[in-house]
Design a binder for this molecule. Structure first.
Ligand code: PLP
Length: 388
């Protein structure tokens, strides 16, 4: 059995072997992709090949991919009043976001606080479409940002329906697909999204590379975050992270070609895991269990469970899980996602996330369940102790 069982793929994934190999090869290329000599041209080829591969992952064109240093940066770049189309160059007058977005979207990009409207979600973790319509009411040129899959619950959002509503309101739709891309099929055209964020380290690339991908060259951001050199066609100045981008491309190609088989395998393992969690502790709850979810994510709790202590207990048993979002672990505060779903703060405090990936094995699931058995037994003894 492996020394550890890693169940925190939504925080970050191990690098795919294809990505690690591409990264090592790229590091041996000394040139700057902006240089005209042979070394520079070799580096440029790596970047442009990766651009095509990342575009293909979501059915876009390479020319519409802009590399950034993270998913966070891509979200920040997209969320600006200065996102234009050829027909509409006036500033966007409202940003509409859901209550369960990642903190990089919740921060609101470059919109003034009072120009940001929130959309509620239901108890199933899905965006409330009537609330979306209400949030758009009275806006002339809104920008809407709704994620495709939630990082904590894995719940998939009804993006095609959202897109129809947003476009009918003269809006543009940004979709944070950081958790979905590479795990389920994602096609920018089928989603109806105007602009999409993806991140390398969630699909088996290296940490520190992301991309903002538009549906067509009709969409333009007039105020890039980082200005200076003309890299990324003026959308993101700074010499490209060639090795990180090459790894991103290789990871995207591998994730794309294996997506169907990986998703089916992960779903089977995840279902085994959830059945086991409930068989061991019949009062355990899987959040948003009935909703359409990513095949790799489970967020669970049980009465009396404290996520901070559970994560440590699992860790001592050689199992890496997390308490909600990676960015908020370490801070003892209930998840904004569960709060938005109407889960009580006490119960939300016990939420533990286990997320799987392509190398998760049945033995890893067994290991997690063995650790859970110990934890659940201690928990029920504790409860009986208190009751006595
Ligand atoms: N969006 C979502 C839904 C995420 O889960 C994350 C990371 O956890 C991000 C954006 C940020 O991506 P990055 O870590 O590349 O900044």
């Amino acid at each position: 059995m492996a020394e550890r069982a890693y169940f925190d793929w939504n925080a970050t994934t191990p690098m795919r072997p294809e990505a690690a190999a591409a990264m090592a090869q790229a590091m041996a290329v000394p040139g700057n992709p902006s240089s005209v000599h042979a070394e520079g041209r070799a580096a440029r080829r790596l970047v442009e090949r990766a651009r095509e591969d990342v575009a293909a992952l979501i059915g876009a064109r390479g020319a519409d991919v802009f590399f950034t240093a993270s998913g966070t940066e891509a979200n920040m770049l997209a969320l600006t009043p200065a996102i234009e189309t050829s027909n509409e160059k006036r500033p966007r007058d409202r940003l509409v976001i859901s209550a369960i977005e990642h903190s990089s979207v919740r921060a609101g990009g470059r919109f003034a606080r009072d120009a940001i409207a929130d959309v509620a979600v239901g108890a199933d973790g899905r965006v409330n479409l009537a609330a979306l319509k209400a949030a758009l009411d009275g806006a002339a040129r809104p920008l809407v940002s709704i994620m495709l899959a939630n990082n904590e619950t894995g719940v998939l959002q009804p993006i095609a329906e959202v897109a129809a509503i947003v476009h009918a309101a003269n809006g543009l739709l940004h979709v944070d697909a950081v958790q979905a891309a590479g795990r389920i099929p994602v096609y920018i055209g089928a989603l109806g999204a105007d602009i999409v964020t993806v991140s390398a380290h969630k699909i088996g690339g290296a940490k520190g590379a992301g991309a903002l991908i538009r549906s067509s060259d009709d969409i333009h951001i007039a105020d890039p975050l980082i200005r200076g050199g003309g890299q990324e066609r003026g959308m993101r100045a700074g010499t490209e992270n060639v090795a990180g981008i090459a790894a991103f491309g290789a990871a995207a190609a591998a994730a794309g070609s294996q997506a169907g088989a990986e998703a089916a395998r992960m779903q089977t393992l995840r279902d085994t895991l959830e059945a086991g969690l409930k068989a061991i502790a019949p009062d355990a709850v899987i959040f948003a269990e009935g909703a359409e979810r990513l095949p790799n994510t489970t967020l669970f709790s049980a009465p009396g469970l404290k996520a901070e202590t559970a994560v440590i207990a699992f860790d001592l048993e050689g199992v890496a899980v997390s308490s909600g979002a990676a960015c908020s672990s370490g801070k003892v505060q209930p998840s904004h996602v569960l709060a938005a779903m109407g889960v009580s703060p006490e119960f939300a405090r016990g939420a533990v996330r286990a997320s799987l990936g392509w190398s998760t094995a049945e033995s890893d699931v067994e290991r997690l369940l063995n650790a859970w058995r110990k934890l659940a037994t201690a928990l029920s003894k504790g409860r009986r102790g208190i009751a006595a």
